[in-house]
Design a protein around this ligand. Sequence first.
Ligand code: SF4
Ligand code: FES
Length: 248
Amino acid sequence: MKLLLKIWRQKDGSSKGKLVDYPIDHIEGDMSFLEMLDVLNQELIEKGDEPVVFDHDCREGICGTCSLMINGEPHGPDRLITTCQLHMRRFNDGDTIVIEPFRATAFPVLKDLMVDRSAFDRIQQAGGYISVNTSGNTVDANAIPIDKHHADESFEAASCIGCGACVAACKNASAMLFTAAKVSQFALLPQGKVEAIDRVQNMVRQMDLEGFGNCTNTGACEVECPKGISLENIARMNREYLMATVKG
Ligand code: SF4
Ligand code: FES
């Protein structure tokens, strides 16, 4: 395939960025989207130009590092996959592909297509954990009975990989789906009940401090989430928050 790539280039967080045209040829349908960018970068390096900076790690849909806006959609045109799982066969010879970073005030651009998503880490640090006594009297987690329905729902919430596509898809740049998944994975389990009040209050407070927008129930986050995290988690987090306000 022969393609025209329009890629966001930005020197650093304080510089102005712009879309730059890169024609590219000999792209195979079996290449992944990131391999296609590797080919482009190899060509740029051979010409003495600066390669395009983009985030990636596992390249198998589990780490949440890859984060590209492809033709206006986070992770591209397919549903339930990450950018690293997208293949070039999804595009046609002669296509123009616009590639931009995830855009949100709370995700400042570091360089080109790479953004700083440490705001998510700080939300997690505010309460996305359980405290376990490791003094030798720890109860084996498998010895605590948990009904199957709650275990499954918790597992689904825990499949959030923290990629940030929900924020990028939302017109308000809201982080509600991410935060709700992290609250839900513990709210549904007995181990998470002990710190439930502090957890939801601290995580929501941190989410607001980071500058994410409000949720207005458009549902774009759920549509674009590569792990199919359900809006039900947002409803659960709102209930948890209400209960914490009443009890706390
Ligand atoms: S909720 Fe989905 S889109 Fe948002 S960070 Fe988690 S996996 Fe990514
Ligand atoms: S590189 Fe890890 S999910 Fe894409």
